[in-house]
Design a protein around this ligand. Structure first.
Ligand code: FES
Length: 258
């Protein structure tokens, strides 16, 4: 199969970028999208040109490193797959394919198709953790968790932090990502201890990093490769509201005792 590729090229964060057009031919329909890009890069290297820089690690849909808009959609045309799980049989022969990096103020372009997504790491550092001392390994089923809650926590924990929700959102909002982390931890007994602190810190961090709020378009749910639903944003809003109330109540109590 043959393709024309329109790819965003940008030498570094400060340089002005632009689209470049390449032709790749004789690609197997069973090649992955990244194998097709590897073929292109080999051709560029053979011609003495700079290969296209793109992010990847596991190539199995696990690590969340890959991050490309393909024909204007995060992770390309298929539902429920990451870029690394996409195969060339999903594109008609002789198609022109446009490949761009994630676009968000909080994700600056590092080079070509690579963006700096460390803003998501900073949101996790702000509260996406459990810091209680868990001691030794507990016996299985030692801590009772309702089946419904464990299923919901497990579904939320499927988020791989790829940033597709940010890339899909008109407001570049990471609320699906934060909602998944908050829901995952708030539904489990170990996560309840820091729930109030967690949600307030994570939302505060999100706002400080220049991300927007939820656009209510559900584009994040439609493009999430792991099927994270907007029910997690509803949970985030609920937790945020309750945490705000608790904080007000605590302040009131403290001022009464003076
Ligand atoms: S490279 Fe790991 S999820 Fe795509």
């Amino acid at each position: 199969m043959d393709y024309t590729l329109r790819i965003w090229r940008q030498e570094n964060a400060e340089a002005e970028g632009g689209m470049a057009t390449y032709r790749v031919e004789g690609i197997s329909p069973d090649s992955s999208f990244f194998e097709m890009l590897d073929t292109l890069n080999q051709q560029l290297i053979d011609r003495g040109e700079e290969p296209v820089a793109f992010d990847h690690d596991c190539r199995e849909g696990i690590c969340g490193t890959c991050s490309l808009y393909i024909n204007g959609r995060p992770h390309g045309p298929l539902k429920g797959v990451t870029t690394c799980q996409l195969h060339m049989r999903s594109f008609p022969d002789n198609e022109t394919i446009t490949v761009e990096p994630w676009r968000s103020k909080a994700f600056p372009v590092v080079r070509d198709l690579i963006v700096d997504r460390s803003a998501l790491d900073r949101i996790i550092q702000a509260g996406g953790y459990v810091s209680i001392n868990t001691g030794g390994v507990p016996d299985a089923n030692d801590i009772p968790v309702a089946k419904e809650h464990s299923d919901e926590a497990f579904d939320a924990a499927a988020c791989i932090g790829c940033g597709a929700c940010v890339a899909a959102c008109a407001n570049a909002s990471p609320m699906l990502f934060i909602g998944a982390k908050v829901s995952h931890l708030a539904r489990l007994p170990q996560g309840k201890v820091e729930a109030e602190h967690r949600v307030l810190r994570m939302v505060e961090c999100m706002e400080g990093l220049g991300f927007g709020g939820c656009s209510n378009t559900y584009a994040c749910e439609a493009e999430c490769p792991k099927g994270i639903t907007v029910a997690n944003i509803a949970m985030l809003n609920r937790e945020f509201f309750l945490a705000g109330l608790m904080r007000q109540k605590d302040k009131g109590r403290r001022s009464e005792s003076f």
